[in-house]
Write a protein that binds this ligand. Structure first.
Ligand SMILES: [Zn+2]
Length: 299
């Protein structure tokens, strides 16, 4: 549990601080999800891989010091270089490898707001820190507004922007043939309660909308790769969406009844989910507080 908390804190550390951490014991584990589709687990956001005759595509790239291990893991699937990197959003535990990968010729692709946020210093009042602007080679060179589609490795990868969910630059990536979705940090599975980054343009209503959009994409029998935690079934993903909607409704009812944030948090609306969700980087109360702040801001 302590290990998980420390690991999840990396979500918000600066690239410089990440460099100082010791990643030497981190192992990159490869899990097959479908033919031509794998997920890499290491430290930071889960990495999706599309591999096959047209070259490797990876979705997110964790932290800079892990890039050699990530590339070695990709090589066990296919010896070709990484042709494209798609970022699900701008957070450093999903984009930390961009500079090294961009520098060796991978084309980095992300939603417009990912490049915007990575291009400037981001000040977080909540975490009392500044995430410095990224160097040019770490920035996405192809950006999109609503989405983009990749036709390779015998599949069609649909990249779909979902607005103001975990951040303002989230993308869902869906393999149409393999029926696999990488949901980025719009989906936290078991490892922690959801993190809604309000300071990066996130909102609870956007998280709910992202879950609905993702469920429209995945057909029955499909798999969903979360930003953090183990690969989920479509049913588990649907249960997560129901949890988001349930907690949102309870918090909204509390606001309607004139209760304060403290009273609503104390009423423990997320308590039923403690059995299936760990209190990782985001505790149940943190999540409820963020839902409250998000709904108040929307009024
Ligand atoms: Zn994130």
């Amino acid at each position: 549990m302590r290990r998980l908390a420390a690991l999840c804190l990396l979500t918000i550390v600066t690239p410089a601080a990440a460099q100082q951490r010791d990643f030497s014991n981190v192992e990159i584990k490869v899990e097959q999800v479908a033919p031509g589709v794998a997920v890499l687990f290491g430290q930071g956001g889960n990495i999706g891989v599309s591999y096959g005759e047209d070259g490797n595509v990876i979705i997110d790239d964790q932290f800079a010091p892990l890039v050699p291990k990530i590339l070695a893991a990709v090589k066990t699937l296919d010896p070709d270089p990484v042709r494209f990197v798609i970022n699900t959003h701008w957070h450093g535990d999903h984009t930390g490898g961009n500079e090294a990968l961009g520098g060796q010729g991978s084309v980095i692709v992300a939603q417009d707001n990912v490049r915007k946020r990575m291009s400037v210093d981001n000040i977080s009042k909540r975490f009392n820190m500044t995430v410095k602007a990224s160097p040019k080679t770490a920035l996405p060179v192809i950006t999109f507004d609503q989405g983009v589609t990749f036709h390779l490795n015998g599949d069609t990868l649909q990249v779909v922007h979902v607005a103001n969910a975990h951040t303002d630059g989230d993308a869902l990536i869906y393999w149409q043939k393999a029926n696999v979705l990488h949901a980025g940090d719009t989906f936290f599975h078991k490892a922690t309660f959801p993190f809604i980054d309000l300071e990066s343009g996130g909102s609870v209503d956007g998280m709910v909308a992202a879950g609905k959009r993702g469920l429209e994409l995945v057909r029955p029998g499909g798999k969903v790769i979360p930003g953090h935690g183990p690969v989920a079934t479509r049913e588990e993903y649907a249960a997560y969406l129901a949890m988001l909607e349930d907690v949102r409704a309870k918090v909204a009812a509390g606001i309607q009844a004139g209760r304060t944030k403290e009273q609503i948090v104390a009423s423990k609306p997320a308590a039923p989910y403690l059995a299936t969700t760990q209190e990782g980087f985001i505790k149940a109360d943190d999540f409820v507080g963020a839902v409250y702040e998000s709904l108040r801001a929307a009024r």
